[in-house]
Design a protein around this ligand. Structure first.
Ligand SMILES: Cc1cc2nc3c(=O)[nH]c(=O)nc-3n(C[C@H](O)[C@H](O)[C@H](O)COP(=O)(O)OP(=O)(O)OC[C@H]3O[C@@H](n4cnc5c(N)ncnc54)[C@H](O)[C@@H]3O)c2cc1C
Length: 574
């Protein structure tokens, strides 16, 4: 096993990871900083895939208070209010940094101010963007800056386990696998940032990049950390259906299409969203996804099993101009977005839940920090479109500011618990010692079961059914092996490890979903359809110890505003 020592290890190179690396380097250039990432730095993760843009209160008439209220109301009063306040206030600083220090070019108005567009669920046009391919601009500039600073990189290295010291009270480092060779690597670090980006890729239709398989959340569970809000999985209404043979199926075509008047049709060619909400196609993501799912359950589907979006009643030049990237993506898959029908289906997009953390990105495990989509509590029951990339860049930067000071004050290179290290290696190697089985069949079964039983609409019966189905899949996975002749780029082995993590995190979603007996935001229980008792809101906390899940709930602390109140009135009164 290769051994590496670094002061700060950053897992993941999305908005969270790269911002953390840059800020940590700025805070103390003498520290050794290493980014360990499953893919290639600058080419993987979801920040690169951001289409719509970045929410920030910049324009006259908007305010951080207004952005905050939209975030709290969008999150159905479940967000941690101090985390949400940090998000909206530091976003202002972060967008300036992206433009002025890192060199991003965002779209501008004729008067030179930054253009900000409308996004669902917001009371002000505040989404900064670069056309409809904003993430490429952000990640390219961040990656260039990281390359320029000589920060160490472990590319195509996947993290598999947090390893604590012998006393079990501090993090010693992270066990990783070099995907290029199959070799185990132990990276000893004083501080570690978890920024592997969650990603609900256990559902039949999903949007995130293929490298994301909830590895970080599963590692956190195995390390005894608490995950909060895990029942909150956001479905985006318009995922492409491009056939079973392409990974592009499930990936989104953007919300702005519905914003400018795009219409959803069922398999019979009828508009239906007015039957579910007076706002029709412009209702929020959760409502549109549920309306679509109901149509699909009623069998009103097209030949590919989904529904349609169409723009053919709108000005073709406007559609081509405003949605260049989407028009091209649809054309790549054989669809004419400008004048035809495009097959779409609701698609699992984002996990609001994740590792419980504080505003300085610390977690319950000394030495472990978290930022971005791996963390929980910022968005509550629903994330506003445009708040995802703000979340990863805001908190990634904060983690980068905090970790060097933490290393100076509290840091140490702890020796890893050898027993824990050996057990982690044995767990990863387990499938190499068994006859090869059909990993793909298990993945397909997981997709179907999560979509059917733990998906857009759940109830006690479906969630109970999912419990035994998930246990059965886990046992099937443990029973099969993979080809072990060559471990270099042995992707079937990595798929097995991915699935193991996805099944564990799926179980945590199911546990949280059965505990929440009301409907809030992304979580809809057919047996408890009402939103209940906002004033006494509680959030769910899942832990996994000694092979068993435990669930508790905690009251939301309304530290800044209570249900029924608004900061805007206070702002006006002041
Ligand atoms: C198609 C699409 C469009 C989106 N559009 C928007 C939008 O318009 N606005 C918005 O606000 N949000 C949007 N989002 C959400 C947004 O992309 C995410 O919220 C945010 O970028 C997540 O950032 P992150 O740094 O946490 O994770 P990511 O950017 O996903 O990065 C995760 C990193 O972790 C690495 N990794 C994963 N597992 C491991 C492992 N085991 N070991 C080491 N490294 C690992 C990955 O390779 C990757 O480098 C969109 C998401 C998608 C999928």
């Amino acid at each position: 096993m290769r051994q590496i020592k670094t002061d700060i290890l950053i897992l993941g190179s999305g908005g969270a990871g790269l911002f953390a690396a840059l800020h940590a380097h700025q805070a103390n250039p003498d520290l050794s900083i290493t980014v360990g990432v499953k893919g290639l730095l600058g080419k993987c993760g979801c920040t690169r895939m951001v289409q719509g843009g970045y929410n920030v209160a910049l324009a006259e008439g908007d305010s951080v208070e207004r952005h905050f209220m939209d975030t709290i109301e969008g999150g159905k009063w479940l967000p941690d209010q101090d985390l949400a306040w940090t998000l909206v206030s530091v976003a202002v600083e972060r967008i300036r940094e992206l433009e002025n220090e890192l060199g991003c070019f965002f779209d501008r108005n004729p008067d030179g101010t930054i253009h900000q567009k409308a996004f669902a669920g917001q009371t002000f046009d505040r989404t900064v963007h670069k056309g409809d391919l904003t993430g490429i601009e952000i990640i390219n500039r961040l990656a260039e800056q990281v390359w320029a600073r000589g920060i160490n990189r472990l590319e195509e290295h996947r993290a598999v386990e947090f390893v604590k010291n012998k006393a079990g009270d501090a993090l010693a480092g992270v066990l990783m696998i070099d995907v290029r060779t199959g070799e185990f690597v132990f990276v000893q670090a004083q501080a570690v940032l978890l920024g592997t980006g969650g990603g609900p890729t256990m559902y039949k239709y999903h949007t995130p990049s293929g490298d994301k398989t909830c590895d970080g959340m599963a590692m956190a569970l195995r390390a005894g950390l608490t995950l909060r809000d895990m029942e909150m999985v956001q479905f985006h209404p318009t995922g492409l259906i491009a056939g079973p043979d392409t990974r592009i199926t499930g990936t989104i075509i953007e919300e702005g299409l519905r914003g400018v008047g795009g219409q959803l049709l069922n398999g019979a060619g009828e508009r239906f969203m007015q039957n579910y909400d007076p706002r029709g196609e412009r209702a929020t993501r959760d409502i549109v996804s549920r309306g679509m799912y109901e149509e699909m359950r009623a069998g009103k589907v097209g030949p590919r099993g989904g529904l349609y979006i169409t723009m053919r009643h709108l000005d073709p030049a406007m559609v081509r101009r405003m949605f260049k990237g989407m028009v091209e993506r649809c054309a790549d898959c054989g669809f004419d977005l400008v004048s035809g029908l495009v097959d779409v289906v609701p698609t699992a997009h984002y996990m609001m839940g994740g590792v419980a953390f504080k505003t300085d990105c610390t977690t319950d495990l000394p030495g472990l920090f978290v930022a971005g989509e791996d963390s929980g509590g910022v968005h509550g029951a629903n994330r506003l479109g445009g708040n995802g990339v703000a979340n990863s860049t805001v908190f990634g930067g904060i983690a980068g500011d905090v970790m060097p000071g933490w290393v100076k004050a509290n840091g140490a290179f702890h020796e890893p618990d050898q027993h824990a290290l050996d057990a982690a290696i044995a767990r990863c190697r387990a499938p190499l010692a068994k006859p090869a089985g059909d990993v793909n069949a298990i993945r397909e079964a997981l997709y179907e079961l999560m979509w059917d039983d733990v998906g857009i609409i759940r109830d006690a019966a479906s969630l109970r059914r999912a419990e035994s189905r998930l246990d059965e899949l886990d046992a099937r996975l443990d029973g099969i092996g993979v080809e072990s002749g060559d471990l270099a780029f042995n992707l079937t082995w990595h798929d097995w490890l991915n699935l193991k993590n996805l099944v564990l995190v799926s179980k945590s979603i199911r546990f949280a979903a059965i505990a929440r007996e009301d409907s809030r935001g992304a979580h809809f229980r057919a047996d408890f359809p009402a939103v209940r008792d906002l004033e006494n809101s509680h959030y769910t906390c899942v832990t996994w110890r000694d092979g068993r899940f435990a669930i508790t709930t905690k009251p939301v602390v309304f530290s800044r505003v209570k249900p029924g109140e608004t900061l805007l009135k206070k702002e006006i009164a002041a």
